[in-house]
Design a protein around this ligand. Structure first.
Ligand code: C2E
Ligand code: CA
Ligand code: CA
Length: 727
C-alpha cells in the first residue's frame, strides 16, 4: 500500500516546529507512523473512494490494497448504514471552510456504522474523521478516518433496548399503555397504546410529564402527587393511583396508573420510573351505577331508605357533638293506592315522581327527602344558624308539604287529588337513636292518619303509650280464642217496607280479662296485622253458620246472617286452601244452603282486586253465598266495580245516613246511590239508622233495608231471639 498523500502538511501546521521535529527525531516518516496505528485507518476522497487503508484495516477486512481498490470502499460498509454514512461524509466535506477561512479547525465527524470483517460479519465501529484540506499537492479535500471497535457496547445496548421493548410489549399486551419517565431530565415517553387510550397522535403531545399532568382532572391531582411522592421517597414499594385523564375528544377517562422507580442516583433520587395506564372507565361507571342503585330510588331519583339511614347517622353524630337538633318527618300519601289501582301503575309512578319533586321544593338546600318505598317519603331536617328552632322549621315545612301535596296532580288527561299525613319526631327529645326516632315518627304518622289524614302529628309520650297498649293487646289476642274470650253479637237488618227482620249481621266482641268488652274496631286491625284474623274469621263464620242453621230451623226458614270478611283473609288464601272451599264444607256439614249466609267485603278489596280475588269471589258465588259491599262511599267508590264483581247487596256507610235530613246534600247522595244500585240489580242496606226520620227518608228514597240502633243494637243471640224470634 502506498499513501498517495504527501506528508507535506498544510502551511500553518507545517509551521509547527515541535511536531516536525518530534517526528524527525523518531526517524520514521509520517506515512509509516500513520500505517503503524493499531486503529483501523482510512483516507477517503470527495467521491468516497479509498485513497489509503492502514495495514490494520486491510487485515481486518481480509483484503489486499488492490483488492480493496477493486471492490470500492462502499463494499465494506453495511448496506443499511451506507446511505447515512455517505450523506454524513459528504455533508462534513461540504461544510469545510475554504483555505482562506480556515482559521479555526472544524470539529471531527463522529459516526457509528458497521464495517465488514474478513469472515464476512459486520462489526460496529465508531468513526472519528477529520478533513485534510486541499493543498499544493492535492486539489481536493480528503477525509482521514480512525475507528474504534464498539461492537460489544452496541450489542449490550441493543440487548437492553430489546429488553425494554420486550417488557413494554408485555405490559401493553393486556391493553395497557406504557409510560417511561426520565425523572431528572424531564422526559417522559408514551407508548402508542398509551396515546391511543386517550385518542392522541404522537404529534399531539410532547414527551414530557407535564403533558399529561395538565390533562389530569384537577380533583385528582393532589392525590396523584401524594402517591407519587410517597413512592419517590420510598414509603411505598410501588406507585398506584386512580385518576381521570382528559381525552382528545373532550371526555374524561378513569385510569389506574401503576409504576415503579427502576433507577436512582447516588443520593437515592429517582432517575427513571416506568409504569402503565389501565383504562378503568367501565369499572368506575359500573361502581358508580352500583353506588347509585344502592343509594337512590330508581323511580324518583331521590335518596332511598339506606341513604336516609346513612345521612341520619351522620346527622346524629354531628348533632350529638354540637348539641344540635334534628327532625324526622314521615310522610305517607293518603289515597295513593286508589290512584294506583284505578289509573294504573304508570300513573301511580308519575304521581310519586311529582310528589317527590313537590316535597323537595319545600326543603332548604341541605335537607334530605328520601323515598322509603311505596308511597312513603321521609324528610330529614337539621337546625342551623338561620333556623335554630327545629320545632318551628319542622312544623312549617310539614305544613308546606301538606299544602303542596293537596293541590291537583295532572297525570296525562286525569286530574288527581291525594293528600298527605305526616308524623314528626325530634332529636333529642323524642329519641336518641335512629330506631327510636323512626319508630316514634311512625307512631306519630299512625296517629295523624287515625285522626283523619291530611294532617301532621307529633310524637308524644301518649302515642308511645298507645303503641305499647296495642302491642300488649295484640299479645293478649293470641290467647283470646283458646280462652273463649271472643263472642259474636247479632244486629238486626230490617226490611224497610214490611218492617220485618229476616237478616242480621254478625259482629265480633272480645271479653278482655282485665279491660272489659273490647270492640272490633280496636282489635280487628291488630288481628289483621298479626295474621290472627284468619283463625278468628273462620271461627266467626262457624258461629254464624251454626246460628243461622238454628234460626232457620226454629223461626224463619229464609233467615240470613252476614259475616264480615277482612281483605287480609282474601289475600292470604292465595297460598293456602281457599276458605271459600272450607266454608262451603261447613255448609255441607250443617246441611245449610249457601244463601243462608252473606259475605261482607269492603271496597278496598275490589280496588286491589286481581284475578286471585276475582276467582275467590266467583267461588263464593258458586257456593251460593251472597256478597255484600260494606261501608259504601268511604273509599274510592266506583259503580263500575259493582257491575264487574256481581255484588248482591250494597251497604251505604253510616257517615251518609247520620246527617240525613229533608233537603240535605247527603239525602241526594243516598238517593243517587240507591237508584244506581237498583239499576245494577243490587239491593241496598242503610247502616247506622238511629232515627225514625232517617228511616222514613230512606224508605221514601227506595232503600230496601236498614240497620241501626233505631231497630236494635248488636246483641247476644238469646236477646236477639227474644226480640225478633216471635214472628
Ligand atoms: P261494620 O261492618 O260497618 O259494622 C257496623 C258497625 O256499626 C258496628 O260496629 C255496629 O255496632 C255499628 N252500628 C250499628 N248500628 C249503628 C248505629 O245506629 N249507630 C252507630 N253509631 N253505630 C252503629 P262494631 O260492632 O263496633 O264493628 C266495627 C267494625 O268491625 C265493623 O264495621 C266491621 O268492619 C268490623 N267487624 C266486626 N266484626 C267483625 C268480624 O267478625 N270480622 C271482621 N273482619 N270484621 C268485623
Ligand atoms: Ca259489616
Ligand atoms: Ca259498615
Amino acid at each position: 500500500m502506498k499513501l498517495d498523500v504527501k506528508a507535506d502538511l498544510p502551511q500553518e501546521q507545517a509551521a509547527m516546529p515541535s511536531v516536525e521535529a518530534g517526528l524527525a527525531q523518531l526517524g520514521w516518516p509520517a506515512d509509516e507512523l500513520l500505517d503503524a496505528l493499531p486503529s483501523l485507518t482510512w483516507v477517503l476522497d470527495e467521491q468516497l473512494n479509498a485513497r489509503f487503508a492502514s495495514t490494520a484495516l486491510l487485515r481486518y477486512a481480509g483484503l489486499s490494497w488492490p483488492e480493496l481498490q477493486g471492490l470500492g470502499w462502499q463494499a465494506l460498509v453495511h448496506p443499511h448504514d451506507w446511505p447515512g454514512f455517505e450523506q454524513a461524509c459528504r455533508q462534513y466535506l461540504n461544510s469545510q471552510p475554504t483555505q482562506a477561512q480556515a482559521q479555526t479547525p472544524t470539529p471531527a465527524l463522529a459516526r457509528d456504522y458497521r464495517l465488514r470483517a474478513a469472515d464476512g460479519s459486520y462489526r460496529w465501529q465508531l468513526l472519528q474523521a477529520s478533513a485534510l484540506p486541499a493543498n499544493s499537492a492535492q486539489s481536493e479535500t480528503l477525509l482521514l478516518g480512525l475507528h474504534s471497535d464498539i461492537d460489544e457496547r452496541k450489542r449490550v445496548e441493543s440487548q437492553l433496548q430489546d429488553a425494554d421493548d420486550l417488557w413494554k410489549l408485555a405490559l401493553e399486551s393486556n391493553g395497557d399503555g406504557v409510560w417511561d419517565w426520565y425523572v431528572q431530565s424531564g422526559v417522559e415517553l408514551y407508548s402508542s397504546r398509551y396515546l391511543q387510550i386517550y385518542g392522541y397522535a404522537e404529534s399531539d403531545v410532547r414527551p414530557t410529564p407535564a403533558e399529561f399532568d395538565a390533562r389530569t382532572h384537577p380533583d385528582d391531582l393532589a392525590q396523584m402527587q401524594a402517591d407519587r411522592d410517597a413512592h419517590f421517597c420510598g414509603h411505598t414499594g410501588s406507585y398506584s393511583n386512580e385518576h381521570r385523564v382528559l381525552c382528545k375528544d373532550g371526555n374524561w377517562k378513569w385510569i389506574h396508573s401503576r409504576g415503579m422507580v427502576i433507577s436512582r442516583d447516588a443520593q437515592g433520587r429517582p432517575l427513571r420510573m416506568v409504569g402503565t395506564h389501565t383504562d378503568i372507565t367501565q369499572r368506575k361507571a359500573a361502581e358508580a351505577l352500583i353506588w347509585q342503585q344502592a343509594h337512590f330510588d330508581p323511580l324518583t331519583g331521590l335518596p332511598n331508605r339506606r341513604s336516609l339511614r346513612e345521612r341520619l347517622e351522620l346527622g346524629l353524630s354531628e348533632a350529638r357533638q354540637q348539641a344540635g337538633a334534628l327532625a324526622l318527618l314521615f310522610i305517607d300519601l293518603d289515597h295513593f293506592k286508589e290512584v294506583n289501582d284505578t289509573l294504573g301503575h304508570d300513573m301511580g309512578d308519575r304521581l310519586l315522581i311529582e310528589a317527590g319533586a313537590r316535597i323537595q321544593a319545600c326543603l332548604r338546600p341541605g335537607d334530605t327527602v328520601a323515598r322509603m318505598g311505596g308511597d312513603e317519603f321521609t324528610v330529614l331536617l337539621r337546625a342551623d344558624a338561620a333556623a335554630p328552632q327545629i320545632e318551628t322549621t319542622a312544623r312549617e315545612t310539614a305544613l308546606q308539604i301538606i299544602a303542596a301535596l293537596s293541590t291537583a296532580f295532572h297525570l296525562a288527561t286525569e286530574r288527581v287529588f291525594v293528600s298527605a299525613s305526616i308524623g314528626i319526631s325530634h332529636f333529642p327529645q323524642d329519641g336518641q337513636e335512629i330506631e327510636s326516632l323512626f319508630k316514634h315518627a311512625d307512631q306519630a304518622l299512625y296517629a295523624a292518619k287515625a285522626a283523619g289524614r291530611n294532617r301532621l302529628g307529633y310524637f308524644t309520650p301518649e302515642l308511645q303509650q298507645a303503641a305499647l297498649l296495642r302491642m300488649r293487646l295484640s299479645n293478649d289476642l293470641r290467647e283470646a280464642l283458646a280462652r273463649q274470650q271472643l263472642f259474636v253479637e247479632y244486629q238486626a237488618i230490617v226490611d224497610l217496607r214490611s218492617g220485618e227482620v229476616h237478616k242480621a249481621e254478625a259482629l265480633l266482641r272480645w271479653q278482655h280479662p282485665s279491660q272489659g268488652v273490647i270492640g272490633p274496631a280496636v282489635f280487628i286491625p291488630l288481628a289483621e296485622a298479626s295474621g290472627l284474623i284468619l283463625e278468628i274469621g273462620a271461627w266467626v263464620f262457624g258461629q254464624a253458620a251454626q246460628q243461622v242453621k238454628l234460626w232457620r230451623q226454629h223461626f224463619d226458614a229464609t233467615f240470613q246472617i252476614s259475616v264480615n270478611k277482612s281483605p287480609v283473609q282474601f289475600r292470604s288464601e292465595a297460598d293456602t286452601a281457599p276458605a271459600s272451599e272450607s266454608w262451603a264444607e261447613v255448609l255441607r256439614m250443617l246441611e245449610l244452603a249457601g244463601e243462608a249466609l252473606t259475605i261482607e267485603i269492603t271496597e278496598g278489596l275490589l280496588l286491589e282486586a286481581d284475578s286471585e280475588v276475582e276467582s275467590h269471589l266467583a267461588a263464593l258465588h258458586a257456593a251460593g253465598f251472597q256478597v255484600s259491599l260494606d261501608d259504601f262511599g268511604t273509599g274510592f267508590s266506583s259503580l263500575a266495580y259493582l257491575q264487574k264483581y256481581a255484588i248482591d247487596l250494597l251497604k251505604i256507610d253510616q257517615r251518609f245516613v247520620r246527617n240525613l235530613r229533608a233537603g240535605a246534600k247527603d239525602l241526594a247522595l243516598c238517593t243517587a246511590i240507591i237508584t244506581m244500585a237498583h239499576a245494577l240489580g243490587m239491593k241496598v242496606v242503610a247502616e247506622g239508622v238511629e232515627t225514625a226520620e232517617q228511616a222514613d227518608l230512606l224508605l221514601a228514597a227506595g232503600c230496601d233495608y236498614a240497620q241501626g240502633y233505631l231497630f236494635g243494637r248488636p246483641m247476644p243471640a238469646e236477646d236477639f231471639e227474644q226480640l225478633f224470634g216471635k214472628d
